[in-house]
Design a binder for this molecule. Sequence first.
Ligand code: HEC
Ligand code: HEC
Length: 493
Amino acid sequence: MNRSITIILLCAALPLVGCDSTRAPSFQLSEQSEGLSSFAREKVQGELNAGFGSPADLVVWSELEVDFGQYSGNVKKVSTKAGMLRIGEQSDDDETATDDKEPVYDGLAAVSGLASARRLSELQGAAVVISRAQPKSAAEAESDDGEESAAVTQTPQVYRVASYDVAKQELHVVDADGDPAQMDVSAGDSVQILGSALQHGRNLYLRHCMHCHGVSGDGAGPTAQYFKVKPRDYRHGIIKFTSTKASVLKPSNKDIFRIIKLGVPGTYMPSFMLLPDDEVKLITEYVRWLAMRGEMERKLNAWLVTSYSQEAVDEADSASELQADFDTEWSEDAGDNIERFGNDLKLDWQDADKPESVVNPTVPRTPSSSESIVRGRKIFLSKEAKCASCHGETARGNGPSTEAFNDLPGKPPGTKSDKPGLFDNWGNIVKPRNLTTGVFRGGRRPIDIYRRIHSGIKGTPMQAFGTTLKEEQIWDVVNYVLSIPFEEKQGGH
Ligand code: HEC
Ligand code: HEC
């Protein structure tokens, strides 16, 4: 499998997560994986560990469509003492800062605007990669049999951040055994700290989101049980309120960013307006990454569940024969399949961030007028739009579909629920919105309502109307929907 550049970020130093593995939160397997035979489950777990690690030992799998983040800089000066990098701009001129006993690596600057001393101090365990940028001196080259003059091709050295001294701006680096790293460096070599965004994102997520959305992003954090509207389980890779077209499976980066900033009105999902934008960006990446981890697990499951579930083992004439079949299939197909799954994920998430994936009407909004509202209401009640079948003629969210047995979304067509009502992809009952309240979870701007109608609400039975209705018609419906709360008040007089 193609995981050539996977780097494990070890042991996060956090109030919540320590090296103490008994307290460290871990990623849970989904209920689906629990249904696999033990031998198949073990492989799924192994793959997830290899590609994603655990909250305390994150893995940077560079094939994924995630900005893992990195700091990079160049070595300015070298001295004999190992295990230390000095970060900062002043050391060249500032005599006091240039202690001859310590190596000085200068200009370690943030690539994505993330460099701050506070943040570096959160990077315990991050990978430090040192690559030769310059040819060795003639004498050194000689002793290497004159083989390589330009040593760019040398394997990079990989170490870990042990700690960061904010006052001294010193980064303490250790080798695989945890001893101060004996770094072989020359001035000009490049230094990279990899996976910084993922680690920061993890820290912020555990602080702000985990108690509702869960460590694994399964929507089952400790406080989730108290809510009627459940926190989103990211592992399906589906977000309900997106700006993207119905054919685009994923939300854009901006969509997730906006949800975090604004929250989901009318639910317990709070607004994180007060968090700085760069922190919200880091959390966004982490949420995307958790979603991809969940999707990878689902894809592995979908492949294995029919033939290698626990049920299949129980029913098999010979369990050991089944396991032998599994071993063969796994050794023949796992590499290709996992590469394909990863590639599909990459394309899907990339797709969502293309400008053409966003729903942007080409016709400007029809100004709201009683004519437009009347036209909108007509469409709302019409057979082609069927809004009223779910939302009801009075738009209170009590249409006939709420009492019928409906097809389950995300399942093969014709798969009905065993209870009446509308369900979402996560198996939760969803009530069509009561549109008289004027509370819109996906935002109340006219363009938000337009996008809801054009693309539907992903993962729910509310389908897309972008092909059934013309743009002008959608604007009429938007005008109608936005007028409903006022119509209601007038009606009460
Ligand atoms: C108090 C509980 C709570 C906290 C804390 C919380 N959420 Fe949520 N979140 C929810 C609930 C409930 C929903 C589901 C809303 C719905 O289905 O309409 C949700 C939904 C979401 C969604 C999906 C929205 C969609 O369109 O499908 C995202 C993304 C999300 N939350 C991210 C976060 C992130 C990131 C954090 C931390 C910065 C966070 N949440 C903190 C409860 C919470
Ligand atoms: C098959 C049932 C169904 C049909 C048909 C349907 N909806 Fe919905 N609608 C829902 C459900 C369910 C929700 C709530 C989804 C959720 O939040 O999980 C919803 C939510 C909404 C919302 C709230 C969006 C928000 O941001 O909170 C609006 C507005 C809306 N629908 C308008 C319409 C309009 C207009 C039509 C017709 C063009 C329509 N719906 C057709 C089921 C339906």
